[in-house]
Design a protein around this ligand. Structure first.
Ligand code: ADP
Ligand code: MG
Length: 534
């Protein structure tokens, strides 16, 4: 008796020891899995963002920003769930399955076969549901994308929403998108419910079978009741991981749906990539040649149809034409935001397609129609394109852009904070800061796309004087709203119906009495009306 008690105590102590060890193991394992999962998802997020920065504008024309944000956040989270709760247990559960199966076969091969009977059914059921669950998850994630889109778009455009008193409408459309997520979520849950319930049913039926057959064998005296009970508890241990594998099906379909959305971005070719080619980075003097360029944002609707345009270094060329005729498009092609469908853009005799777009753009200073600033100080914004620029350089650029005086008039001068997208500054102020930003880069090619459209005539005059100094030795392309500002251009190019219809100096074109003459006359008439109205 004494000896048996001792053995019992030893066994219990052994069990406690095993439990404690397994507790410690589980803790380390859980911590490891979490750490690894978090690390991997952080890496995926980083890679995704890296890709997003590298993708081309045509990609952004097709993918709304909100859906990209959803991918970088929600979809990555879905993957994380799979990596933390799924993958680490895959090996342990598979090992458990094999071990328990071996024990069961050792006890009774006959009964083991019955236990295995539902397994193919479970696998079939899982395979059958796999694609359906995956599609449902994809839809759910797409709804999230749509909601993020709506939110990003209306919150960034909140001024317009308020100006037109459309808050209720935006709330309404948010609710519709939100309802979309709810519906997609419910559909997922509904199908998950059916999936899991059916799985449990198949498993339970399998167990009933073992009860029946096993009971029969006990009655026949083929096995003892003890064996059956022991077998039964092993069966439970066996079915646990099987159930878990079913859950993995769910986890995996979710993770695959998200992974697909993530890899759509990671696999998108970065801009400028030509398979196998090394992008050239030649020194750039500023000779630009568009030869027979045909291009359309939608290939079937060309905006430019065979444009030939040569810009020599140091030349200032004005581009004019009616709104929507393709002036900005020409600039987009020079900066390689888009590549022509036919013909080529050559910079210093090298096809721009073979050039590293980053290198090319580092020699281009752009002032866009809608100057976009980032939150930060005025100095940060001017220095944006030249990290490490000194305050003296920033001030010089601001002086050149005729911005210095208004900046100094602000209470914090160059340290004045600028809100998101440049709120807190007037349109003209924003424009002059963006001009200073372009100047600071000391580019070979300067592009002004209606850059002075939203400043008053007097400020425009000041900027004009500053620019004349700056343009020395640079290729300058000026798309001007007020045609009078192009008086000093070495050449003016008129775009009409996707082609260059006229070109020459201001005086030549006026003499010709063509489209340019007509446009100038129209503007003069308008400004006379304004003068009379004043
Ligand atoms: P503008 O001469 O006024 O600068 P643009 O070059 O901006 O004209 O535009 C030329 C034409 O191309 C317009 O019809 C415009 O609607 C279209 N367009 C401009 N940008 C895009 C874009 N990203 N995607 C599709 N169409 C565009
Ligand atoms: Mg334009």
């Amino acid at each position: 008796m004494e000896a048996r008690l001792g053995l019992l105590a030893l066994l219990v102590a052994g069990l406690v020891g095993i439990r404690v060890a397994s507790w410690a193991g589980e803790w380390v394992h859980g911590w490891n899995a979490t750490w690894l999962g978090a690390r991997v998802t952080a890496d995926i997020r980083a890679e995704l963002y890296h890709r997003l920065e590298m993708l081309s504008l045509p990609f952004y024309d097709k993918h709304p920003v909100g859906s990209l944000i959803a991918r970088a956040t929600r979809d990555v989270q879905m993957l994380q769930g799979f990596l933390i709760d799924g993958v680490p247990y895959l090996v342990t559960n598979l090992l458990t399955l094999v071990g328990i199966l071996a024990l069961m076969v050792g006890m009774s091969l006959h009964l083991s076969l019955y236990v295995l009977l539902p397994v193919p059914l479970i696998l079939l059921w899982g395979a059958f549901y796999w694609s359906r669950l995956r599609m449902l998850f994809t839809r759910l994630m797409q709804s999230w994308g749509r909601l993020t889109d709506r939110t990003v778009e209306t919150l960034t455009g909140i001024r317009v929403v308020k100006a037109f008193a459309q808050e209720a409408r935006e709330i309404g459309s948010f609710n519709v998108a939100n309802g979309g997520i709810r519906a997609a979520g419910i559909r997922v849950k509904l199908h998950q419910g059916i999936f899991f319930a059916t799985m449990a049913l198949i498993t339970a039926l399998g167990m009933m079978l073992v009860w029946g057959v096993g009971g029969q064998q006990v009655l026949d005296g083929a096995i003892t009741l003890g064996t059956l009970v022991a077998f039964y508890s092993y069966m439970w241990m066996f079915l646990g991981p099987i159930q878990w594998l079913g859950e993995m099906n769910d986890h995996m379909s979710r993770a695959f749906a998200s992974a697909e959305r993530i890899f759509e971005i990671i696999d998108a070719p970065p801009e400028g990539a030509i398979e196998g080619a090394v992008m050239k980075r030649p020194p750039i003097a500023g000779h630009v040649h568009l030869s027979d360029v045909t291009f359309g944002y939608d290939k079937s609707k060309p905006v430019l149809k065979g444009v030939d345009l040569e810009l020599r270094p140091g030349e200032m060329v004005g581009i004019v034409g009616r709104s929507g005729v393709g002036k900005t498009t020409i600039v987009n092609l020079i900066a390689r935001f888009y590549d022509p469908d036919q013909g080529s853009v050559e910079v210093d005799g090298i096809n721009a397609r073979e050039m590293d777009p980053g290198h090319l753009r580092s020699h281009i200073g752009m002032v866009l129609q809608e100057p976009l600033l980032f939150s930060g100080t005025i100095a940060d914004n001017i220095g944006y394109g030249k990290p490490g620029a000194t305050l003296a350089e920033i001030m010089d650029a601001a002086r050149a852009a005729n911005a210095h005086n208004f900046i100094m008039a602000k209470p914090d001068g160059y340290e004045t904070p600028v809100g998101e997208k440049g709120t807190g500054l007037s349109g003209g102020e924003r424009q002059r800061i963006s001009i200073a930003r372009a100047i600071l880069r000391d580019p070979r090619i300067l592009i002004f796309d209606e850059a002075t459209a939203s400043v008053d005539v007097e400020t425009e005059r000041h900027i004009q004087v500053a620019l004349e100094r700056l343009m020395q030795g640079r290729t300058t392309i000026a798309i001007a709203h007020r045609l009078s500002t192009l008086r000093d251009a070495s050449r003016i190019v008129v775009i009409e119906d996707g082609r260059i219809s006229e070109q020459g100096s201001h005086a030549e074109l006026m003499e010709k009495r063509g489209t340019f003459h007509e446009l100038v006359q129209m503007q003069q008439a308008t400004s006379e009306i304004i003068a009379v109205a004043d």
